[in-house]
Design a protein around this ligand. Sequence first.
Ligand code: GLN
Length: 541
Amino acid sequence: MSAKYIFFTGGVVSSVGKGVTAAALGRCLKERGFNVIVQKLDPYINVDPGTMSPYQHGEVFVLDDGAETDLDLGHYERFIDISLNRVCNVTTGQVYAEVIGKERRGDYLGGTIQVIPHITNEIKRRIGQAAKATDAEIVLVEIGGTVGDIESLPFLEALRQMRSDLGRENSIYIHVTWLPYIGATGELKTKPTQHSVRELRSIGISPDVIVARSDYPINDDLCSKIALFCDVERRAVVSLVTAPVRYEVPLVLEQLGLAEYVLGRMGLQSRCHPDWSEWERLVQEMKRPKPKVKIALVGKYVELHDAYFSVREALTHAGLAAGVEVEIGWVHSSDLEKDKGWDIVLQADGVLVPGGFGSRGTEGKIRAIRYARENKVPYLGLCLGMQLMVVEFARHLFGSDEPNSTEFSRSTQHPVIDLMPDQRSIADMGGTMRLGLYPCVLQPGTRSAAAYAKSMVQERHRHRFELNNAYREMFVKGGMIFSGLSPDGRLVEIVELTDHPFMVATQFHPEFLSRPNRPHPLFRAFLEAVSKRAGLSEKDA
Ligand code: GLN
């Protein structure tokens, strides 16, 4: 069968949980035996978010194939438990780059290149490509931004055209909106939703389903009113009140019957009865009060928690497995340099330094790492967090602050972290790092090998710098183990310290592969060490 499409547009305001809604519906459909994928269309002109500041965009989520994508792809992968492909994130930048490239080659010789049809055709081609590249039967497509944004107009026009290209039974339009709450009268308002649907109609798209989001319960009359004013069936108005636990959303959509409704509209029937038992257990476990452990997350972009989305999720997943609730203490690394923020580090049962770029705050991170090493506090370092653990250890061995990464000091006498050789000739910043899945061979007898219980793993990467092999011998003598290496032995993937309860750091980003039901082994091992430090026995947890 050719693929069926479910298009998600957003109304009223952004950040209402369109991505989670799409991911949750995707899960409901997968539970019914369908092969689904989710694609995100982002209206910005960057080719991908890889060059954007996390302050602007939140985390950059990396896929197996090395695509640097929107963090919504992380929701899709975690909720549906799938691995997505680079065709699943399309940006205006990619679309224009393709069309302009063709124009320069002369592919359109004689033609005037216009938004309609050239840009819209390219958008449609990319939407079609997602199903072809993945064999998906149902493609859920989320359009970034809110209806009414100038930037998203070509995407919406492409979607409008797709209804006649695909036919009614092969496409569903879901509009996710927000009902504001007026405190003075204690009411939820539907008017902005009505306006937003009118705006969508003026573009030529009539939504089939309205998902009304709110922080407050939405009564039946309100849903009927939305149905009446927005011209959708009453059954097609779904009220989605903010769930205390994000992972509850698939269960809520299940109860509301959205998957059945959508399948019915597309002339499909469930292939099997959904089995939510594992998912229900997971949500129950998330809600159950558990003993708390404190992790100090020492980063550069901590004001914006979205910048570390997958790290947070991976900690939550591992917390479920370890039977503890993780409380993250957000520490601004440059504060530590000014002797601020140390109270959070000192009270923490574990320290985590995530990935990052640029020199701001690196000395603060190094100080936190030193504290963790000297005080035997469990430590997990991710990418930059590994590189700085190596720098800190070198400074300790040399008894000097000279060792550094050449990312932060080009002229250091001890470049213990250095640019990878194949990066030296690269001038472009976008999409040129060592990206995506690479194998890592685990050294038997190490903490990492024990955590994974495997001899070889594949992990996702995003870096330009690496441990300088000229210093390996010195590190080993000093008590560092290289517990993970590339298969040719050339690149250090995981380091750990012998004389420490848990000081482990990875060149890759384990957080991207963590799933709620399959916590990442290293996060899990970290939390076990953290729980021990917090004085929690297996029984308490
Ligand atoms: N800036 C470092 C590098 O490029 C670390 C990257 C990261 O933490 N993702 O190698």
